[in-house]
Design a protein around this ligand. Structure first.
Ligand code: KIV
Ligand code: NA
Length: 265
């Protein structure tokens, strides 16, 4: 199996082959996800929620994203690895954005970076691209701006916001981003954007008319019980599996059944 590059993703869009993408934050799970044949692994700043238990994605630092990114890169042979630029490392200062992106590429050896926003961050995107670093865009629900919006509800339902999203998508494409994530927007709008753009559009809660899908690994594996948005399809109930396994271990320790004779020296 060959390594997935921006070029491969572009060919997939032209062929109409859907792109599969999942998050990973650590070596052990990234190894499994890569071996299973995923196209793209996102080292998302959702690590702030999933790995660290923060309420929002804002607290995670660049050093912490680099740690997660490097852990994933060491595990992966085939998938493209994209690392999120965390909050506060690229907004409003294109020079700082470039330094942040270069640190991710050097210190985690990722294949690309992702950042949130359209026209507000276009100078940062241009500067990072001019350093030869592939950039993935992210529009619609942008969790790093949660304090501006106040809720995690569906975005771009109103015409004005939808118009801005379409303009931003074109702006990002013209700047040279290799793909765009659209999060939690009406399926019809996402489909329109995917059909207007020649770069791949990856959806999460954006319907089936886009070029690929992304989910948070821990959500789709059912490790996380509390988070249940409509767009989330659970492929397993790892919460129950792990609870059962841990419970069996506790019982065996308490009863003296573990370790048995074959499990000792
Ligand atoms: O951080 C993340 O997991 C993401 C995806 C939900 C797209 O940005
Ligand atoms: Na993210």
């Amino acid at each position: 199996p060959k390594k997935i590059t921006t070029h491969v993703l572009s060919e997939m869009k032209m062929r109409g082959e859907k792109i599969s993408m999942l998050t990973s934050y650590d070596y052990s799970l990234a190894r499994i996800v890569d071996k299973a044949g995923i196209d793209v692994i996102l080292v998302g700043d959702s690590a702030a929620n999933v790995m660290a238990g923060w309420e929002t994605t804002l607290p995670i630092t660049l050093d912490q994203m680099i740690y997660h990114g490097a852990s994933v890169v060491r595990a992966v042979n085939q998938a493209m690895v994209v690392v999120d630029l965390p909050f506060g490392t690229y907004q409003g200062n294109s020079r700082e954005a470039n330094i942040s992106a270069i640190r991710i590429m050097k210190e985690s050896a990722a294949d690309a970076v992702k950042l949130e926003g359209g026209s507000e961050v276009i100078e940062s995107i241009q500067r990072i691209l001019s350093a030869g670093i592939p950039v993935m865009g992210h529009l619609g629900l942008t969790p790093q701006s949660i304090h501006k919006f106040g809720t995690y509800t569906v975005r771009a339902k109103q015409e004005e916001e939808a118009k801005k999203l379409i303009e931003d998508a074109h702006l990002l494409q013209e700047a040279g981003v290799f793909a765009i994530v659209l999060e939690k927007i009406p399926a019809k709008l996402a489909k329109q954007v995917a059909s207007e753009l020649h770069i791949p559009v990856i959806g999460i809660g954006a319907g089936n008319g886009v070029d690929g899908q992304v989910l948070v690994l821990h959500d789709m594996l059912g490790i996380n019980q509390e988070f249940s948005p409509r767009f989330l399809r659970r492929y397993h109930n790892l919460y129950a599996e792990i609870t059962g396994a841990v419970g069996n271990y506790i019982d065996d320790v308490k009863s003296g059944d573990f370790p048995n004779e074959r499990e000792q020296y």
